[in-house]
Design a protein around this ligand. Structure first.
Ligand code: GCW
Length: 676
């Protein structure tokens, strides 16, 4: 069986707290008889056994805690609860009330799932060693669809997965219900994830055949009591591959009929099936364009058929064409922005956080803010395709936070991306969503790198509330996973927080991007120049020459900048006012350009590369002192991984500086150690 992630309940706890907690949770009444109720009971019992060496009685007539749906609460309790604050079906309230001079803790909400969420939140207070004597917490998710995207293939491999193979055992399903499916659901429910797309967006139509749908049904049945819906990637050409039709034209009557009966078959098996995720006409995937139809025609055809079942279509905006000479960074915007308002209401357009592809740092995707009449859904990558994959420690909530808090000015100052994707900016009952490309696999610790678990955890927290700070997530995750010891938290929180800037610095400082090695995307490769498509080459992006470095995306170049709002254009269209973090994304900058620090571009770039290396060294030094706080396996594994990260940070620095030096023709600054 696999590791219990942030839910092991095994952190050290002093005797006093142990006694206090024990005395407060001995008698619990759970007034729901659903499967979810059983899950709640099991979870609380697990907490009691592992954390408190005790057991809970669920039969007492004088409970200290009552867990019940608001409609099942005795009216004398209910009147003490502000049920107005239960704003949706997943909201919960945890509140201490006083009855006959005695404290009673109530966990309530409108649905069983809300009770499960409330229970996990309550448990978290104990994991964080909080005072629970007068607890009062009301919470509800700000985003409706909080979804993992698995890029899992039916043969068990995971595209861009660095933690082993797919956890879905298609061979043994539907008969064999592996323990890991339940553990997966438990972990996700604990952070509020309520949907999962089981298969890769580069998809295989076979997932839609009847035998596979039986397997999918089994997973859906397991996940349902945890509040998790199942979604699938649908291959747009499935009517040809499975239906033997001559076309997959979305306006063709037979094609529509095929999808209609397929969808009805799915819902017969899985009545709460979530819907389809689709990658169309991108990187060789089939789509409506193949038949002269638009993304809207493709998406709306499926959306119309899913609508009677409350299903959704998540249509990806990650498109860039082989035939186009236009700057790749501009293409998704050009293709999708004109369709604003044309998609049906149950279509979400799923947009990656940046306009290229999950780089260590990108400016935000200009579609955010540019499609006010469309539900835009965020796609983050949790798996670290371009960020050191399975071997580098990079705390991604810091990256997510940067994106989510970015101002798009779409409706004036303060129009952050968080407010766009959680719908706050529009107030029109649209569907809201956030997807994360999962980093989960068959490794016993789920994610390969022990610290990659934090990225799964953090994604869930920020999908629940996109204003959650990276720092609070770091503290929570560290405390829940290892120990609440303040010395540990004080040292490890900055390590996590700074790890994101470190990777930017040693891989792609100052707005550099897409200079990794080809295909596997691991390690440096600024020299990559002979891929089959120009926009798969590193030289396409950095444009190094004797004059300078960087991609001119201002008016004198591709003018991708014009896709951003005027407030951003104003700041970015001046080489002296653009934030230096985005300099080489938008400008071709002379090697001897004077930077804010008074030094040349060349010198400053070298400084950042060195800074990245130094930051990893700092991480190593901090980690050396962490041995007392974590178990020996984690200590040793992380130590070895940091060593790899350190030598690879040097590899990136050396490779990039030596490569660019042939154009810059300037000496390496004195602080760069001799490169062998
Ligand atoms: O990041 C790129 C990856 C592909 C991926 C594609 C996408 C699933 O290199 O492996 O395909 O993006 O997001 O569709």
């Amino acid at each position: 069986s696999s590791e219990e992630l942030w839910l092991s309940y095994s952190q050290p706890l002093n005797n006093k707290l142990k006694e206090t907690y024990t005395s407060k949770i001995k008698h619990i009444q759970i007034k729901t008889f659903s499967e979810t109720g059983e899950i709640i009971k099991t979870e609380l019992q697990m907490l009691a056994t592992k954390m408190l060496d005790t057991s809970i009685s669920f039969t007492s007539t004088t409970p200290q805690i009552i867990i019940a749906k608001i409609d099942n609460l005795d009216s004398k309790f209910k009147q003490k609860i502000n049920s107005q604050s239960l704003v949706n079906n997943e909201s919960f309230i945890i509140q201490t009330i006083t009855v006959h001079q005695k404290d009673l803790l109530i966990i309530t909400g409108k649905t069983d799932i809300s009770l499960l969420y409330g229970t996990y939140c309550f448990i978290k207070q104990l994991q964080l060693h909080k005072d629970i004597s007068s607890i009062s917490i009301t919470d509800s998710p700000k985003i409706q669809l909080r979804i993992l995207n698995h890029w899992d293939n039916l043969d068990g491999t995971v595209e861009r997965g660095y933690a082993g193979f797919s956890i879905w055992d298609w061979h043994l399903l539907p008969g064999f219900k592996k323990e890991i499916y339940y553990e997966y659901a438990r972990a996700n429910a604990s952070i509020g994830i309520n949907g999962t797309v089981l298969n890769n967006v580069n998809s295989n139509a076979y997932i839609l055949t009847s035998p596979y749908l039986q397997k999918v049904k089994t997973l859906a049945d397991i996940f349902r009591p945890y509040g998790i819906k199942v979604y699938l990637t649908a291959r747009f050409s499935a009517p040809i591959e499975l239906g033997k039709l001559p076309t997959a034209d979305p306006l063709n009557e037979e094609v529509i009929q095929w999808w209609k009966s397929k969808i009805s078959e799915i819902y017969k098996e899985i009545p709460d099936f979530g819907g389809f995720l689709i990658k169309a006409n991108s990187e060789g995937q089939p789509g409506p364009n193949t038949y002269g139809r638009s993304h809207v025609e493709g998406a709306n055809m499926l959306a119309t058929l899913l609508e009677p079942y409350q299903g959704v279509v998540m249509w990806r905006a990650f498109v860039y064409s082989e035939q186009q000479s236009e700057d790749r960074a501009k293409q998704a915007f050009n293709e999708f922005a004109p369709f604003d308002g044309a998609f049906k209401e149950n279509v979400l357009v799923q947009v990656k956080n940046g306009p290229i592809d999950f780089q260590p740092r990108e400016p935000y995707h200009p579609l955010f803010g540019a499609m006010p009449k469309t539900s835009l859904m965020m796609e983050f990558q949790i798996t670290q395709e371009y960020l050191g994959q399975g071997s580098h420690l990079v705390f991604l909530p810091k990256l997510y936070e940067e994106v989510l808090s970015t101002d798009t000015y779409a409706k004036g100052k303060g129009s952050t991306i968080a407010k766009i994707i959680d719908g706050e900016l529009y107030q029109d009952h649209r569907i809201t969503g956030m997807a994360g490309v999962a980093n989960i696999g068959t490794e016993t610790n789920w994610t390969g790198h022990p610290f990659a678990q934090a990225n799964w955890y953090g994604f869930g927290r920020q999908a629940w509330d996109p204003t959650t700070s990276a720092e609070s997530i770091a503290k929570e995750w560290l405390s829940m996973t290892f120990t609440t010891d303040s010395l540990f938290i004080q040292q490890m929180t900055p390590l996590l927080i700074n790890s994101r800037e470190a990777v930017v610095n040693y891989m792609t400082p100052l707005g550099l991007h897409h200079i990794m090695n080809a295909e596997h995307h691991y390690g440096p490769g600024p020299w990559i120049a002979n891929m089959s498509r120009p926009d798969w080459n590193s030289i396409y992006y950095h444009r190094a020459d004797s004059l300078g470095l960087g991609f001119d995306r201002t008016q004198t170049g591709s003018n991708a900048l014009e896709q951003y709002p005027k407030e951003i254009q104003e700041q970015f269209s001046n080489i002296h006012t653009i934030p230096e973090a985005y300099l080489l994304w938008f400008y071709h900058v002379p090697w001897d350009f004077k930077m804010k620090n008074g030094h040349t571009l060349w010198y400053t770039m070298a400084w950042y590369y060195q800074q990245g290396v130094n930051e990893v060294k700092n991480m190593q030094q901090t980690w050396e002192h962490m041995q007392p706080y974590v178990n020996n396996d984690i200590y040793q594994d992380t130590r070895m991984l940091l060593e790899i990260q350190y030598s690879e940070a040097q590899w990136w620095r050396n490779a990039c500086l030596l490569y660019f030096q042939q154009f810059a023709k300037m000496p390496l600054p004195e602080f760069i150690p001799e490169i062998p």
